[in-house]
Structures are given as C-alpha cells and as structure tokens.
Design a binder for this molecule. Sequence first.
Ligand code: SAH
Length: 454
Amino acid sequence: MITYKKNDEVTLVITDMGNDGEGIGKADGYTVFVKDAVIGDHIRAKIIKAKKSYGYGRLMEILEPSPFRRETKCPIARQCGGCQLQALTYEKQLEFKEKKVRDHLERIGGFTQIPMEPIIGMEEPYYYRNKAQFPVGKNKEKEIITGFYAGRTHSIINNRNCCLGAKGNEEILNRVLSYMKEYRVEPYDEQTGKGLVRHILIRCGFTSGEWMVCVIVNGERLPREEKLVETLKTIPKMTSITLNVNKKRNNVILGEQIRLLWGQTYIEDSIGDITYRISPLSFYQVNPVQTRKLYEKALEYAGLTGNETVWDLYCGIGTISLFLSQKAKQVYGVEIVPQAIEDARENARRNGIKNAEFFVGKAEEVLPEKYRREGIYADVIVVDPPRKGCDVQLLDTIAAMQPKRVVYVSCDSATLARDLKYLCERGYRLDRICPTDMFPQTVHVESIVKLVRK
Ligand code: SAH
C-alpha cells in the first residue's frame, strides 16, 4: 500500500459510500473519502488531509460519471449543507439508507438476523418539508441574505427557494427581507453578537394550508413591527406571526419566549383523522406525507385491539399518542417541552379524545418515578427520542415493566442499534424493522422497530 500525503492527486473508482454520504474509493490500497463523489464515479481527487492508511480527498474532476449520478435539481446542492445525496438517483438513495440501517444494526447492535421490511420511499421526494429555519446574515457586499448554512460551517448560502421546502417560503422570505431593508433592521452577527434578526422560522400545515412565521430576534422587539405584520398578513392563509426572543450567544436557534404579533400563536394540521395544533416551540414531524405512513406502521406494530394501555414517551404534541388512542384503552404521553404538552392536551380535547393523558418531564425521570411510586403498567411502550437515543434509566424501567411490545421510532440508526441491543439483552426480541424515508436527498433515515417480549 502506498501512503499518500497532502496535495497528492489520485484517481479512484468510488465503490462505497460512508454514513455521511461521502464517496469511498481506494488508490493502491489507500482508502480515500471524497465528499460529492457518488458510488460508481470514476474520479480524480486531491488529498486534503492524509492519515497513515486513509485520507480525505477533494473532488477535482469526474472522469467517468456513475450510472447512478444525475443532475441535481438544486443549482447549489454541492455548496449547501442541507442535502448530501441529491446527485444520486432516488432508488440508489433508498438503497444507501437500507444499508446504513443494516450496517448499524450489525456493527453496533450485534444483530445477525435482521427482519427488515423494504424502506418506505416517497413518490415525489421534493418540496416535502413543512418547516424551515432560515438564518439571516450579510454577504461580502453587505447585502442582507438568507438561506442555508454551507456544510459544517456557519457561512450562509443565499437561497430562498430550496427544493425540499414548501413552495411558499420564498415569498415570505422576500417580504421579511424587504421589510428589513426598508426599515434598516440589521441581521444578527454571530461574531460580534450585535444586530437583531437571527432566523426566520416558517411552518406550513400541508393539509390546512395555514402559514406560521416566527422571527427569532436578538432583542425584545423589532422596529416598526406593524410594518412587518402589514406585509405578511396579506399572504393567503397566513395564520400566525410571532416573535421569539433569543439573546443568548450560542447556536441554539429558538429562545424560550414567544410574543404574538398578529393572528394566533399556533397553526393547525391533520394527519389521518386527527387535527393537531402546533406552536412554534413544539416539535412536529417535518414530512407530513411520510409521517402518516410512519404512524400507520406504528399502529400496526403496536398491535392494538382496544384493551391495551400504551405509554408514548417523547410524545411531542401527542401525535403518536392520539393516533394510537383510537385503538387503545388508554394512552399516556410524556414530553419535556411544556408548550408541546399544552398542545397535546388541547389536541386531545379538540378531537374529542378522552383516553389520553399527558405529563411534562423527562421520560427517563417520569417513567421510573411513576413505576416506583404507582407501579404503573403498560402493554405497549412507544419511544421516539431525539438523535441521542434513550437514557439507560429509561431502558431499565422499560425492561422492568415488561410490556408485551416496544415500538421504537428513531431518527438515528446508530443510537437505535445501541438501545435495541440493550433491550434485547433484557428479554426482548427484534421482530421487525422498517426504515422510512422522511428526509429524501439527505443522509438521514428514520426507522421504526417492533420488539416483542420473549
Ligand atoms: N413523537 C413525537 C415527537 C418526537 S421528537 C412526534 O412524532 O411528533 C422527540 C421529542 O422528544 C421532542 O418533542 C422533544 O422535545 C422531546 N424530548 C427530548 N428529550 C426528552 C426527554 N429527555 N424526555 C422527554 N421528551 C424529550
């Protein structure tokens, strides 16, 4: 094997892709990871970082394009950090995701027999997101811009019509930026901590058509707020215009305080027969078309007959809880964000659902405490944690409660594999897993799993 050094050039055939979507090839036995190269490409790359047995290369030239390569729909897909797989055909993206989940289950989970269902893909894998958070800043010419961060940086790529987002975003962004220019409202500057507008959060209820705009501000108010309202409220179905205060000098997008500027503080949307109220601070699945398929899978895996007690942990605004409540005897939800629980209770009320109850708190604290003090019971436990997965205290309580089935919804297959291993060493068997493509064009993959008690 030859060891290459920085600035060397190599030619490679890309034979694999890493979990972050980077192409992987070998030059004389030396492994090179190349961003923007896809499986099947024949390329020339320049080594930008060299280790002993592997290195990172920059794509310099595509000598022969892969049969799986295609023209990206978005002209700035390569610079933008939002999409990693746009240059790959959609079929190949789905294959990549199935493999990613399988690899994690084998390598991290130690599973050998994987009862995997085919990944659930999308028919139209564009314009699927109902939510976007656009950072606002300035370019070199000192003009106000908004768009997305370039990969792994905080430099903003100017783009108001991302092909993953709702088509109405562009008009809203145009109006907010025109207002900023006209009334000399400065964007926030991360370097100095000065300036006002940090992000523009836009949400759209795909079934209701309702729009929410929340401007995240490094301050309590904006100059001439009424002018901002005036320009936004004429957008058809504009429903909620709010301001979020975030004066912290960190990377967290939203602060805790919401002030209503116009309309109401929430929008509505429905999935299946259930209507949900969604506040700016509440989590709501970003891909409503796929969410419906995911929840139907959750219902199937939960195997409800009408007599079951279900605990839905990390319940957000109660989406899964209420979806399952129609087929269960009783559902309990636990969620850490108080506004989300307010939404969840209101959602149960407005849908006439009486067999769902919600608790604010950390899942890893509420469940163990209720189990210790009240000896609570569950036939089915559903978990849908953020990327870092479940806490050990929670997994221990689940194992002790011995529900017949555990339904695990996950947006990170690595932590999923870790947690499944833990539960399978404590009385459970992996019965089914179904990857679901909630985030086409990106490397992210959602999975849903059914564990049954041995
Ligand atoms: N099941 C919901 C939400 C899933 S997202 C849905 O499908 O819409 C994960 C949720 O977990 C978020 O709402 C987040 O606020 C919440 N969360 C994060 N950490 C938590 C914790 N330790 N305990 C309980 N909820 C938590």
